[in-house]
Design a protein around this ligand. Structure first.
Ligand SMILES: O=C([O-])CC(=O)C(=O)O
Ligand SMILES: [Mg+2]
Length: 599
């Protein structure tokens, strides 16, 4: 039988697990006669009466214990009664704070309803209005003023075992521009999906926003803005700050995986840190891999051999170039030379087709794909480029909503049996076309994937289903695989493998519906498969540290991955069981000691 102390410690530990991020600083925690339990554990309405009595919360909230089903019904009714998406976003943030397991239970059970509210597209609006809606930190904010002292500031984070962080400076939030510290919604949203999709324990996640100033003048003048009023630091200052941050993160959490997200110029940090840290850039690499995965499926369904495809990209920023590079890798895997593969791409930016002789100085990352076969001719608009190239694929990474006009879509439909149309900009307002426009203007023949979610669309009596080529299909699995095999870095092969895993999860039924991605409702299985591929690639590259995984069969390893994943339903059940038996033990001890039992 457990002694009183052991019992209390047990309850303390389990109750802490029960709740969301524990809000007490360990150093400042006082010794109470009762163990510290998160407020969430105290007030969860499913806690049975004997446990409430033991915790000292009996009588402090409505008396009859709920079931999860009832709790969920109440939450969904409250959520659905909110009139606006932002109201729903705020409600869900509060729910996550109040009862973290309940939040993740509902997220995983109602994935298609909840994800767009905590992630793209609604998180975009939340970031734009962060200063207005802010209530809880939900992560760490570091400032340029912390330079020289970052390691000390990181000590203030209360969670001992952080496994993954998503870090932004807010300088390019989705397609919405520089939102400064208002960008915090993105790390929070991405990490919610890490937990929901890939089963990273909530307390193993750290949303991190760095205030390096902002070029957003309206925000700097807004009295409610929560960041500094200074202009953006210089690239050199940013580099020095990041050098210190990376080192400090690794010092406090030696196995931490670091995901860079929504940086205006993401290439320098990726180049600088990719060999020394377990880090990756989601916008270049995650987006690249997920689109490559979709393209593998689309090329197969188009019945046109990989070598005969021609891709026009609207948008030659980091995401555009990242995606093109990843598809080059795929074409090379299909037997093309790198030079032939790269000639399959025509990139278009705000000045027109990217060519070597255009007369302006091209940014470094554009030079690789710049055309030299335009015979002196410059093509200024997307439509001109489409006429010139006669593409089989058009991709949008431009953040220009509606840039794929009906005329362009109709041309794609005339030139191809199965035109591949990927408007990838986020959120929905920035999407280059809608699903409906793609279907109507190609008479239902488009092979379609977008960055933001669209609803299925009925056309001429048939229901068409859009693909969502969002990096949410891969980043959770990349992080999970990297954490589980304790990889010392995230190699290009691991990123490639994450995209390659996706088509292996598409069922025959999904193929019949021309889906390019597995249904999002199976995202936890998809993330486990992605993690399996990522771990295998890490092993091949010899960057894994958990070598016994090498000896497992694929089936066993995938099963092992699933077992390791946090499952909010199981977490609650096991904590409840444990709490109940601990409370019973204590009642028994008290009665043996002749105390009047409260239970
Ligand atoms: O967050 C998303 O939905 C996808 C993404 O990384 C971006 O658009 O920057
Ligand atoms: Mg992003």
């Amino acid at each position: 039988m457990a002694s009183k102390t052991a019992t209390q410690n047990g309850i303390a530990q389990h109750s802490a697990n029960y709740g969301s991020i524990v809000t007490h600083h360990p150093k400042k925690q006082k010794t109470h006669s009762r163990p510290h339990t998160g407020a969430e554990a105290h007030y969860d309405t499913t806690i049975p009466k004997p446990v409430r009595k033991y915790l000292g919360t009996y009588g402090l909230f409505p008396p009859e214990p709920d079931t999860y089903e009832v709790q969920k019904k109440r939450c969904l009714a409250q959520l659905r009664s909110k009139q606006t998406n932002i109201g729903k976003f705020i409600y869900l943030s509060q729910l996550r704070h109040a009862n973290v397991h309940l939040f993740y239970r509902i997220l995983t059970d109602h994935f298609t309803e909840i994800t767009p509210l905590v992630y793209t597209p609604v998180v975009g609006e939340a970031c734009q209005r962060w200063s207005e809606i802010y209530m809880l930190p939900e992560g760490m904010y570091l400032s340029y003023l912390d330079k020289g002292n970052i390691a000390n500031v990181l000590k203030n984070w209360h969670q001992e075992h952080v496994e993954i962080t998503v870090v932004t400076d807010g300088s390019r939030i989705l397609g919405l521009g520089d939102l400064g510290v208002n960008g915090m919604g993105i790390p929070i949203g991405k990490l919610a999906l890490y937990t929901g999709c890939a089963g990273i324990r909530p307390e193993g996640t750290l949303p991190l926003t760095i205030d390096l100033g902002t070029s957003n003048k309206a925000f700097r003048e807004d009295p409610l803005y929560l960041g500094s009023r200074r202009d953006k630091v210089t690239p050199e200052e940013e580099k020095e700050f990041l050098d210190e941050l990376m080192e400090a993160l690794k010092e406090r959490w030696p196995d931490i995986v670091i995901q860079f997200e929504d940086w205006k110029n993401p290439f320098p940090s990726l180049q600088r840190y990719r060999n020394d840290y377990a880090m990756f850039n989601d916008d270049i690499q995650g987006t690249g891999a997920v689109i490559m995965g979709g393209i593998i499926g689309a090329v197969q369904q188009s019945d046109v051999a990989a070598k005969d495809h021609r891709a026009v990209f609207l948008g030659a920023g980091s995401a555009g170039v990242g995606v093109a590079q990843q598809i080059v890798d795929y074409f090379v895997h299909e037997g093309m030379s790198e030079d032939d593969a790269k000639r399959k791409f025509w990139l278009v930016d705000s000045k027109g087709l990217v060519t070597l002789d255009r007369g302006d100085k091209l940014a470094d990352h554009k030079v690789y794909f710049a055309r030299d076969d335009n015979e002196g001719q410059q093509y200024k608009s997307l439509e001109e480029v489409v006429d010139h190239v006669k593409p089989t694929i058009i991709m949008g990474l431009s953040t220009i909503g509606g840039a794929f006009t009906p005329e362009i879509l109709q041309k794609m439909g005339k030139m191809n049996d199965r035109p591949i149309i990927f408007p990838l900009s986020n959120p929905v307002s920035k999407s280059e076309c809608t699903f409906e426009e793609a279907i109507v203007n190609t008479d239902g023949r488009a092979l379609f994937a977008s960055g933001s979610p669209f609803y299925p669309y009925e056309y001429k009596g048939k229901t068409y289903h859009p693909g969502q080529g969002n990096n949410m299909y891969v980043f959770p699995g990349i992080g999970l695989g990297t954490i589980l095999c304790k990889a010392i870095k995230v190699t290009s092969n691991m990123i490639y493998a994450s995209g390659e895993a996706l088509p292996t999860m598409i069922t025959e039924e999904e193929k019949d519906l021309a889906l390019l991605y597995p249904q999002i409702t199976r995202i936890r299985d998809v993330s486990a498969r992605v993690a399996l591929y990522v771990i295998r690639a890490a092993q091949k590259d010899n960057v894994d540290r958990l070598h016994h995984l090498r000896d497992m069969s694929d089936e066993d390893l995938e099963e092992w991955i699933v077992e390791k994943m946090y499952d909010p339903h199981k977490a609650v059940e096991s904590i409840e069981d444990e709490l109940e038996s601990l409370a019973k033990d204590l009642a028994h001890t008290r009665s043996l000691q002749g105390e009047k039992s409260m239970l």
